[in-house]
Design a protein around this ligand. Structure first.
Ligand SMILES: Nc1ncnc2c1ncn2[C@@H]1O[C@H](COP(=O)(O)OP(=O)(O)OP(=O)(O)O)[C@@H](O)[C@H]1O
Ligand SMILES: [Mg+2]
Length: 254
């Protein structure tokens, strides 16, 4: 573990949603404490409704907590920013822009455009994400996996040190999902960005993470934390992998 200050430092975070439609108040996050160091691949795993998206949205600056601290580089998170790139489950691309234009626009919006190398940076990133041959294509003519790769390409282009990912592969078929998991690990190994990745799949978390935070719902709490030291690329059919999977699932009572 690094001695450096953590890049993400969450302390005593609480968040409730008001009662509505005859439903009681939902304690979405109950005393969440979480520290993440630079370069770590962290998975937040748990069943539907345990507060994963709520936590990620607070980190991204899209929502605020009721109490507690959410620090990014030791400063309270107040708003969204290019230092925390976000990939959602549903693709959030500009449908009227080509693949290349989506990447260039993100760079312009983040103030990363205009250098002599900008065009070659786009080429390099599109190549890395397997999209160079599709640079003039509109998102509607891409497959779901390609759209998610484009969403990742945009974050790489603006060079966000942190990637916040909320079930980014949840809508994909299992073969495409496996391929994108491999792609993501390849990108992460090459860049050592800090990744905070939300999933409800124990298998996905164990395949990807250095460390897994397991949450349970109502109230949304952290109930387990596991370090995954299996060498990469990981084999989901191995005995060690399955032993970890049993432990993760047991901690959420399944
Ligand atoms: N805007 C909102 N208003 C009221 N309740 C909400 C709101 N957003 C989330 N909740 C409630 O807070 C709890 C946590 O929701 P959250 O979306 O964070 O869960 P999640 O772990 O991301 O679930 P999923 O795996 O289904 O995406 C849920 O019980 C949900 O109903
Ligand atoms: Mg969610």
């Amino acid at each position: 573990m690094s001695d450096a200050a953590p890049i993400i430092d969450i302390r005593g975070l609480n968040k409730a949603f008001a009662a509505r439609d005859g439903n009681p108040v939902v304690m979405a996050l109950d005393n969440i404490n979480l520290v993440q160091h630079e370069g770590e691949f962290l998975c937040i795993m748990g069943p539907s409704g345990c507060g994963k998206s709520t936590l990620l949205n607070i980190l991204a600056g899209f929502d605020t907590a009721d109490s507690g601290a959410c620090l990014f580089r030791q400063q309270p998170v107040r708003a969204a920013g290019p230092d925390r790139g976000v990939v959602f489950q549903e693709y959030a691309l500009f449908p009227w822009m080509t693949v290349r234009r989506n990447v260039v626009f993100a760079m312009q919006a983040a103030g990363k455009w205009g250098s002599a190398q900008a065009q070659s940076t786009v080429d390099e990133i599109l190549e890395r994400m397997g999209l160079l041959a599709f640079q003039s294509t509109l998102p509607k003519n891409l497959s779901g996996g390609m759209r998610q790769r484009l969403a990742i390409a945009r974050i790489l282009a603006i060079d966000s040190p942190v990637m916040l990912m909320d079930e980014p592969f949840g809508a994909l078929d299992s073969l495409t999902r496996t391929k994108l998991q491999q792609d993501l690990i390849r990108v992460w190994s090459g860049t050592r960005k800090t990744v905070t990745f939300v999933t409800h799949s124990a298998e996905e978390a164990i395949y990807l993470a250095d460390r897994i935070i397991v949450m349970t719902p109502r109230p949304g709490r952290i109930v387990n934390e596991l370090r995954v030291t299996l060498p990469r690329p990981r084999d989901p059919t191995s005995a060690d992998f399955n032993a970890l999977k049993r432990e993760v699932l047991a901690s959420i009572g399944t």
